[in-house]
Design a protein around this ligand. Structure first.
Ligand SMILES: [Zn+2]
Length: 175
């Protein structure tokens, strides 16, 4: 199947206030809203806030990966590619699957033009915790093991793009 225009399969009904994609509900939200939420939580909780956004991304990323893998009978790699295609088409940034190694349980994804970094502004640390969670959700969905994911490059640190990589093979422990 082609993943080139997934948005054609989104059904938007203003009458019911509902956007559906293959039975899954979606909502559109301005990135500034998410950015304001992230900054407010960071102000209250400091470094602990990264985990909150990571876990939010992880939940959605795992659910979608598992659901679409089953629905479209995708291989593990096809499921990861599908999630990358989806990420780009719903406006999170241009996701490029750079590395996908099943035996090593390794995923590396480059994201150009991250919607999260674009509105966050400059930072000494990576800021795209939602996407980092999504990548961990993809890894959990396809490898069925929790994975640690690090954002090794980030637009907000003045890198040219963001990069998310699983680090080490999971020991199977839920962290
Ligand atoms: Zn980033």
């Amino acid at each position: 199947m082609s993943n080139s225009n997934l948005l054609n399969s989104f059904v938007c009904s203003g009458d019911t206030g509902n956007i559906q994609f293959n039975g899954v509900r979606y909502m559109l939200i301005r990135p500034e809203t998410i950015c304001a939420l992230q900054k407010s939580v960071e102000e209250k909780l400091g470094d602990a806030s990264a985990d909150i956004f990571f876990n939010s991304g992880l939940t959605g990323g795992k659910m979608s990966t598992v659901q679409y893998m089953r629905l479209f009978s995708l291989s593990k790699k096809e499921a990861a590619q599908y999630m990358c295609d989806m990420g780009g088409q719903i406006g999170w940034g241009k996701f490029i699957l750079e590395e996908f190694d099943v035996p090593a349980e390794k995923i590396s994804i480059r994201v150009l033009n991250s919607a999260f970094a674009a509105y966050y502004g400059g930072s000494e640390k990576p800021v795209c915790h939602f996407i980092r969670g999504i990548v961990a959700g993809i890894a959990l969905g396809v490898f069925e093991q929790p994975a640690e994911v690090v954002e090794t490059l980030c637009l907000s640190k003045k890198d040219a793009f963001c990069r998310f990589e699983t680090v080490g093979k999971s020991d199977g422990m839920v962290r």
